[in-house]
Design a protein around this ligand. Structure first.
Ligand code: PFF
Length: 453
């Protein structure tokens, strides 16, 4: 339930923690391969429009809900709308966090294996076919990925256990600048490779002919995942923000930084892809197979690949702690379970889901539900169903359920800041965002084609 003496992030801490949540595998692993598959600059342009017109308003909405209510995801809805069933939206977010963690920690564990392999200089003088085989052998193995996954979950749990200020704020304030430094170094190395500018052309040249409904809808889905929206994560972090913080400018800064990292990751990857004559439309294995291949041909390969996988691990860690915090804050405040018990108990649960997800790529390959193994099922269920549904309800809640005056007071910190965009913001949360997200949702099930879009 709402607490009067809630812990507050500092101004920089709020930006570091929320950017840490947003920047993750979504930016460095998923964004570049989606961009590669969807034709470069055209995807980038549509993505940026989705971030500005949908992502930013929904993030502002989540921050406001959390800070207004001073509570966890479910408790916030219960506090602001005690009579209705709105708290179920928050509960859905808590469940969604749990399921995302179930597959996210598996991929995060892979980053640790790849750091170890990079340090051991395992990628030099290895053919692409061998890299492919070694990735398949590793990811379908029964025990090795589980060991790394448990280790990664333990790191996440330790930070969350240390608390909001001493764990989350302190660690993200340290990790985020490091992450920016690494990605800038990698970007400079990549652009200066022979023929590297071809990759930049691919990234920034916009061919409007490539924009179609598929591209728009995939960019919109990616914007939600990348900005950690639709499942109460930014509500929980918003609840730790200081009453004097300017919420809209914090959201703007987080959004810009998240987009910048996605672009920087692409700048680190595509010039290298072009420089070594590789097809940019590689799909999900871009980071775990194609990049090691590229590193293997670069001078000082062990250094570059170690730096890259450290970057990926750090980015994942600042995201997994935000996901675990959603669950821990809920269990602590709603179910009155101590923070320590909540963090350890939910981590054990995450490990069980992680084992299921990891086994589904190997020994449980034959076992599927709706044609999907656990790994793909957890991914599809969260990013294709639960997050968009959550996003629709969060927008509707701010647009229709909360009094306009209350929103104004929250966003302006009681009149301290000017909010000239209030009406546009409400227009988006009332109509544009719910309708656009509904479209993503329908598209996932092929219904938009059926409706003639
Ligand atoms: N935004 C993260 C990424 O881009 O990898 C993923 C994520 C983190 C989604 C936290 C949702 C969340 F609550």
């Amino acid at each position: 339930m709402a607490k009067k003496d809630r812990i507050n992030f500092s101004k920089i801490g709020a930006i570091a923690a929320a950017t840490g949540s947003a920047v993750g595998l979504g930016n460095i692993w998923r964004f570049p391969y989606l961009l590669g598959e969807s034709g470069g600059g055209a995807f980038l342009l549509v993505y940026i429009l989705c971030v500005i017109f949908l992502g930013l308003p929904v993030m502002i909405s989540e921050f406001s809900i959390g800070r207004m209510a001073q509570a966890n995801a479910a408790g916030s809805f219960r506090t602001l709308a005690p009579k209705g069933k709105w708290w179920l939206v928050g509960l859905m977010g808590v469940i969604c966090s749990f399921i995302i963690l179930g597959f996210y920690v598996v991929v995060s564990g892979w980053t640790l294996e790849y750091i170890a392999q990079s340090i051991g200089n395992k990628f030099s003088h290895v053919s692409p076919a061998q890299l492919n085989q070694s990735f398949t052998n590793f990811s379908t193995d029964t025990f090795r990925p589980i060991g790394w996954m448990i280790l990664f979950t333990a790191f996440t749990c330790a930070i969350v256990l240390a608390g909001v200020k001493d764990g989350i704020e302190k660690s993200t304030k340290f990790m985020m600048p490091l992450l920016f430094l690494i990605i800038i170094i990698l970007g400079i190395r990549s652009i200066t490779l022979p023929n590297g500018t071809e990759g930049l052309k691919f990234l920034f040249k916009t061919d409007f002919g490539k924009i179609n409904s598929e591209v728009v809808l995939s960019a919109m889905g990616q914007a939600f995942f990348s900005l950690s929206l639709g499942m109460g994560c930014m509500i929980t972090y918003g609840s730790y923000m200081n009453k004097h913080n300017n919420l809209s400018s914090t959201a703007l800064q987080v959004t810009i930084l998240d987009t910048l990292v996605a672009i920087l990751a692409s700048i680190a990857i595509f010039p290298a892809v072009f420089s070594f004559g590789i097809d940019p439309a590689q799909g999900p294995e871009l980071v775990f197979i194609t990049l090691p291949h590229i590193f293997s041909q670069m001078q000082g390969s062990a250094i570059w690949s170690t730096l890259f996988f450290i970057l990926l691990a750090l980015a994942s860690l600042t995201s997994t702690i935000s996901l675990l915090e959603v669950i821990v804050a809920y269990m602590n405040e709603e179910l009155h379970i101590s923070r320590a018990k909540a963090a350890i108990g939910s981590s054990v649960g995450v490990i069980i889901l992680g084992v299921m997800a990891s086994f589904s790529l190997g020994i449980w390959k034959e076992f599927t539900i709706f044609g999907l193994g656990f790994f793909d099922l957890f991914d599809a269920l969260t990013s294709k169903v639960l997050m968009p549904v959550g996003g629709i309800f969060i927008s509707l809640f701010v647009g229709w359920k909360i009094d306009k005056q209350k929103i104004y007071k929250e966003l302006s910190s009681n009149g301290k800041y000017k909010i000239p965009f209030l009406n546009v913001f409400l227009l988006i949360t009332r109509y544009l965002a719910p309708l656009a997200i509904l479209l993503i949702l329908l598209n996932q099930f092929g219904l938009t084609k059926w409706l003639g879009f």
